[in-house]
Ligand binder design. Structure first.
Ligand SMILES: *Cc1c(COP(=O)(O)O)cnc(C)c1O
Length: 215
C-alpha cells in the first residue's frame, strides 16, 4: 500500500474522538506534504533540529508536536511555533518551556510524560512526580504553560495483557487527576499498539511507521 493509502486506512479506522498524530520523524518534507494534502494537520517529530527544518518549509497551519526527549538548551528553537510538547519529563524542562514561551508571549501546551514501560531506557516521570508537577501547573506556577494532558509509551511487546496493564496505569492517573477526555489529552499508542491503547482510553495516538513505512 502507498503512504496515502496507509494514512486513510488508519485515519478511517480511528474513533471520531481520537486524534491522530502522524509521526513523521526521519521522513522528508515532500512525504509530509503528501499527507498534509490528504487533510492531516497534526504531525509529531522527536528531534528539535529536524522539526525546525521541516517547520520552515512546510505549511504554517501544521500543528507540530514534539514527542521526543527535549534538552533545555534546545527549547528556544521551537518555542515560537510548537503547538504541544508531549515529552515533559522533568521540572527543569517545564521551567525552561515556561521561560521561552514567556519570551515569545505565548502559551505552549504540554503533556506530562509518565513512565509506564517496564524497561528502564524510556524517559518519563513517576506517578508521584507527575502529580506534583500537575498541581504546580494548575496552581499557575508556570503561567506560559497550558496543561493539556498525559503521555506514555508502553513496553515494546506483543503481549496484549502487559500493554493493557501499562496503559491502565496512565488511564488511572488521568482519572485520579480528575481530567476529562473533552478537555484533556491521553496520548498513548504507537504503530504496534494503538488499537490496544484506544481500548484502554487513549484519545490521541502517535503513529509513524504504520503510515510512513519503516525508518
Ligand atoms: C517514534 C515514536 C512514535 C511512533 O512510533 P511508530 O512505532 O513508528 O509508530 C511514537 N511516539 C514516540 C514518543 C516516538 O518517539
Amino acid at each position: 500500500m502507498s503512504i496515502t493509502e496507509n494514512f486513510h486506512k488508519i485515519k478511517s479506522s480511528l474513533p471520531k474522538d481520537v486524534t491522530l498524530v502522524a509521526v513523521s520523524k526521519t521522513h522528508p518534507s515532500e512525504i509530509i506534504q503528501e499527507i498534509y494534502d490528504e487533510g492531516q494537520r497534526v504531525f509529531g517529530e522527536n528531534k528539535v533540529q529536524e522539526l525546525v527544518e521541516k517547520q520552515e518549509i512546510l505549511p504554517k497551519d501544521i500543528e507540530w508536536h514534539l514527542i521526543g526527549h527535549l534538552q533545555t538548551n534546545k527549547v528556544k528553537y521551537i518555542a515560537a511555533f510548537v503547538d504541544t510538547i508531549q515529552s515533559v519529563d522533568s521540572e527543569k524542562i517545564l521551567k525552561e518551556i515556561n521561560k521561552e514561551a514567556a519570551k515569545n508571549n505565548r502559551k505552549i501546551k504540554i503533556l506530562l510524560q509518565v513512565k509506564i514501560a517496564e524497561e528502564d531506557s524510556k524517559y518519563g516521570l513517576t506517578l508521584d512526580e507527575a502529580k506534583i508537577l500537575f498541581t504546580e501547573i494548575i496552581n499557575n506556577k508556570y503561567s506560559f504553560v497550558a496543561f493539556s494532558g498525559l503521555m506514555g509509551m508502553a513496553t515494546f511487546t506483543d503481549d496484549t495483557q502487559q500493554l493493557k496493564q501499562e496503559f491502565s496505569v496512565l488511564q488511572n492517573l488521568f482519572n485520579d487527576l480528575n481530567l476529562n477526555k473533552t478537555e484533556h489529552t491521553l496520548s498513548m499508542g504507537m504503530s504496534g499498539d494503538y488499537e490496544t491503547a484506544i481500548e484502554c482510553g487513549a484519545n490521541s495516538v502517535r503513529v509513524g511507521s504504520a503510515i510512513f513505512g519503516s525508518r
